[in-house]
Write a protein that binds this ligand. Structure first.
Ligand code: DON
Length: 323
């Protein structure tokens, strides 16, 4: 009886520790004013910069929140993680490794120059599925036949990770589709160089739609929590992807999840993570927790300022660094 008592006391202690860590991070960073909303996609400039929500999910399915976890933003580049995971699930870890690569580019997420360096004649792929050229290629690799069928497989997979049916923010999709000539050029170049095998404009169009999937901080935390829990959604109980495939996904996140600031991020936190220009960041402490923060203002590298600060603080408080 005594042993039982001490175990339950330890759990109660850690439950309140987690909530306290979220509350402290929210209080500490809520008035930070640095950064600015992305505005190269016109609809993102209009999103309320004050949104600031933190959510954390543990492998036992408990959900902790602080701040605004109801407001939704577009998932943007965080979707790249789940489309990459879809391809790995269907075609194996080598598919991504051989067609796209898993190395950091050291360049901005929409760099055209990185594509030039990725040509095989220059020594093999130095690119990855979390920068736009690799992400549009990964989207092109999702099987399904028609555009509708491919799109459904991508959206359903995201929904399984979130544990609820997700939907697209049409205004964001239309806004980006009208202004994404650079991504269309990236898709065309990836086709010209043989990375994309077929229909690059469809791949770019579906990629643009997946970036407009609408999520709140809790959705993102459940998605991260599923990766922290070896591919099993800790809230719905569904095994969304094979546990064997999770480490590869986390490795690419660690290498390239925060773009050219990925090294700095890993140095500070040790956590595989992924940012999006909508203002979300997810991070994964394997076996311990998935965390997500939404706050639209971004730094120069395109990563949410307050999300980086809050995740680092919460993870430090909870001993999340796996190294
Ligand atoms: O392709 C784009 O530019 C956007 N749909 C996504 C970019 C993004 O989220 C970069 N993240 N920090």
């Amino acid at each position: 009886a005594l042993a039982f008592l001490s175990v339950s006391t330890a759990q109660a202690q850690s439950t309140s520790d987690i909530q306290a860590a979220l509350n402290a991070a929210h209080a500490k960073f809520k008035d930070v004013k640095d950064g600015a909303n992305a505005d190269y996609i016109p609809a993102l400039a209009k999103v309320d910069s004050k949104i600031f929500g933190i959510a954390l999910v543990t492998p036992d399915g408990k959900v902790y929140t602080a701040g605004d976890v109801k407001s939704e933003v577009s998932i943007q580049s965080i979707s790249k993680v789940f489309t990459m995971a879809r391809v790995i699930e269907d075609q194996g870890t080598d598919s991504i490794l051989k067609r796209i690569g898993v190395d950091a580019t050291g360049m901005r997420f929409n760099s055209i120059v990185s594509i030039e360096f990725a040509q095989k004649s220059l020594g093999g792929p130095e690119i990855n599925p979390l920068v736009n050229p690799g992400a549009i290629t990964a989207t092109s690799m999702v099987q399904g036949g028609s555009r509708d069928a491919v799109w459904k497989r991508i959206l359903d997979f995201h929904s399984d990770f979130a544990g609820r049916p997700l939907a697209v923010n049409k205004e964001v999709f239309d806004s980006e589709a009208a202004t994404n000539q650079r991504n269309q050029a990236i898709g065309a170049l990836m086709y010209a160089y043989g990375f994309i095998k077929d229909n690059p404009s469809q791949a770019t169009d579906i990629y643009t739609e997946q970036c407009a999937i609408s999520v709140n901080a809790k959705d993102l935390a459940v998605m991260a929590g599923t990766l922290a829990n070896a591919g099993k959604n800790p809230v719905s109980g569904k095994q969304v992807m094979k546990s064997d495939n999770v480490p590869g996904v986390l490795a690419v996140m660690a290498t390239a999840g925060l773009y050219d600031d990925s090294g700095k991020w890993l140095y500070r936190t040790g956590l595989p993570a992924k940012s999006g220009v909508g203002g979300g960041i997810i991070a994964v402490s394997p076996g311990k927790f998935g965390i997500a923060v939404i706050s639209p203002p971004l730094d120069e590298a395109g990563n949410s300022v307050r999300a980086q600060l809050a995740i680092e603080a919460v993870s430090n408080a909870l001993g999340g660094n796996p190294y």
